[in-house]
Design a protein around this ligand. Structure first.
Ligand code: PGA
Length: 251
């Protein structure tokens, strides 16, 4: 696995955007795996800027998001579907049929989870997957204890995740307790994976993922089984890594 350490979140985000820009220029119909949360918003802002400046054309890509809250419709302002429309989809000429999120509301979540996996497979799999990491080491909503081979499914959120995500809700009691998420096995099938993490708050999870034991105590540690993973960090998120990891600070 590769570890890149940048001076600040802006530089780290630009690295990601440069990579996406290059990929999309080479392959306009690439399948991108996307993430929500506070971490990727600068990435999306810069992608929108480049699209509107005519530097890139995202209108041909297909996207699959990692997860969605159970109980929230796509129109709900705190749904991840709304987040993606607001931060990216509405501004880059992406038609709805090219964007995919697991459903937050449906009659049969088991069938929806199977359909989501089948849809990814039908598109030839995810070429490039963006990830964040939770303070507890989760990737997507695969909380500690999630098996390496897990697939898209309904999960219970931990108290820690509910607390961390309450900042996006007017009333913390409104944070859903369950989510539908790609599994770790689903994520590990992406051809390339880029994990973005900023801030001292993430430093312990990042260190556990890169230098702790590989296991379900830290779901992000399973990424070490993947042949093409890069952790893209700011200095604060890299603050607890031992030097021998070979991180190359860039200024
Ligand atoms: P954040 O969430 O980007 O809002 O910090 C990341 C995550 O929980 O995976």
């Amino acid at each position: 696995m590769n570890v890149l350490v940048f001076a600040d979140p802006t530089a780290a985000s630009l690295h990601i955007v440069d990579e996406v820009s290059k990929i999309v220029r080479e392959r306009p119909e690439v399948v991108l795996g996307l993430a929500t949360g506070g971490t990727p918003t600068d990435v999306y802002r810069e992608l929108v800027r480049r699209q509107q400046a005519g530097d890139i054309d995202l209108s041909g890509v297909t996207t699959f998001n990692l997860d969605e809250y159970v109980g929230l419709s796509p129109e709900h302002p705190q749904s991840f579907a709304s987040f993606m429309r607001h931060h990216l989809f509405d501004h880059v000429g992406l038609s709805v049929d090219r964007t995919h999120l697991p459903p937050g509301r449906c009659d049969d979540f088991s069938a929806a989870a199977r359909d989501y996996e089948a849809d990814i497979a039908r598109h030839g799999g995810i070429d490039w997957q963006l990830l964040g990491i939770g303070d507890n080491g989760h990737i997507a909503f695969n909380e500690p204890g999630s098996p390496a081979g897990s697939r898209t499914r309904i999960v219970q959120l931990t108290a820690e995740t509910i607390e961390a995500n309450s900042r996006f809700f007017d009333d913390p009691r409104d944070v859903p307790r369950r989510a539908i998420t790609m599994g770790i096995g689903t994520i590990l099938e992406a051809k390339r994976i880029r994990l973005l993490a900023f801030g001292a708050q993430k430093a312990a999870a990042v260190a556990a993922a890169i230098q702790g034991p590989v296991g379900d105590d830290c779901p992000a540690s399973f990424l070490r089984r993947h042949p093409d993973v890069t952790f893209v960090l700011d200095r604060a998120a890299a603050g607890r890594l031992q030097r021998e990891v070979g991180a190359n600070p860039e200024s």
